[in-house]
Design a protein around this ligand. Structure first.
Ligand code: PAF
Length: 291
């Protein structure tokens, strides 16, 4: 496995594959890898000849009072996990390689980024779009893999590659969940004591509106009310949003259809968690067996 911290080396490696017609899959991450990330890696290993994973804790997508300083950093164990999985290349730059002195060009998307997560994290998508556009230039892959847990991020990135004519196929993969439904996230390790149990309220709220939809409820106000009500049950939960949205535009539909998605965000004991679930269709999510 090749490990590069320099942009030039990573680009040369991927170009050497591109020029020989070898297909490349790319999994961008911020490290602290869990089984959700590894499901993206496995999809890339299955679908592409070579797989590259980036590990870069992107300061530009964290707000001033957010958790950049305490976000878990596990470079050594991440790299050995990726090596054992059969990954071909790891790109792990430092911040000065990605944002050298004088850096002043940002990718700002309008329309899809102001609501939902963008409402409480106003610079988040500017940081994500900028770093992902840069990563796509450094790692010119055929396919790039994102998790559906970050639904808004995947919609924004799909739009960005269309608008900027970036030739990469965006693959959005199913959510991986603990056996009790909690979606895997690097931030789950912040949950202590009873917060871990309370964090299942996101999944329970989503399942409740899915059940109501299956029972015939199509009124978006009623479904939204049920979603937010269930989300605010635990003592330490502070719901941020609970909405029904269209999967591609994130707009609120007039009435709920099977492809509409319930999306939620809440602070549990101060830890910000997000999750989502389509109202209809087969649930593709992967539930891990109990530990
Ligand atoms: O989803 C993430 O881990 C990050 O937002 C990403 C896409 C790696 C960009 O830093």
């Amino acid at each position: 496995m090749e490990i590069c911290s320099e942009k030039k080396k990573a680009l040369a490696l991927v170009r050497s594959w591109n020029s020989r017609g070898i297909s490349v899959g790319f999994v961008p991450t911020m490290g602290a890898l869990h089984r959700g990330h590894m499901s993206l890696v496995e999809a890339s290993l299955r679908e592409c000849d070579r797989t590259v994973v980036s590990i870069f804790l992107n300061p530009a997508q964290f707000g001033e009072n957010e958790d950049f300083d305490r976000y878990p950093r596990r470079l050594e164990s991440d790299v050995s996990l990726l090596g054992r999985a059969g990954v071909d290349g790891v790109f792990a730059p430092d911040a000065s390689e990605m944002y050298p002195s004088g850096f002043c060009t940002w990718v700002v998307q309008e329309g899809l980024t102001e609501r939902l997560c963008g409402a409480s994290r106003p610079d988040f998508f500017r940081g994500v779009c900028t770093v992902v556009a840069k990563l796509f230039a450094i790692i010119p892959a055929d396919r790039a893999y994102f998790g559906r847990k970050d639904l808004q991020q995947s919609v924004v990135i799909k739009r960005m590659v269309t608008d900027l004519d970036i030739p990469v196929d965006i693959r959005v993969m199913p959510i991986v969940r603990e056996s009790d439904g909690l979606a895997l996230s690097s931030r789950n390790r912040y949950l202590i004591g009873g917060q871990r149990r309370e964090a299942t309220c996101l999944h329970e709220a989503l399942m409740e509106v899915r059940d109501r939809f299956r029972g015939g409820e199509r009124d978006v106000d009623c479904l939204t009310e049920a979603l937010c009500g269930r989300l605010s049950r635990p003592a330490t939960a502070e719901p941020e949003y609970g909405e029904i949205v269209a999967p591609d535009t994130l707009a609120r539909p007039r009435s709920a259809s099977p492809d509409a998605v319930a999306v939620v965000a809440a602070l549990i004991g101060g830890t910000r968690l997000i999750d989502n679930m389509p109202l209809g269709g087969e649930l593709e999510d992967i539930y891990l067996p109990p530990e």
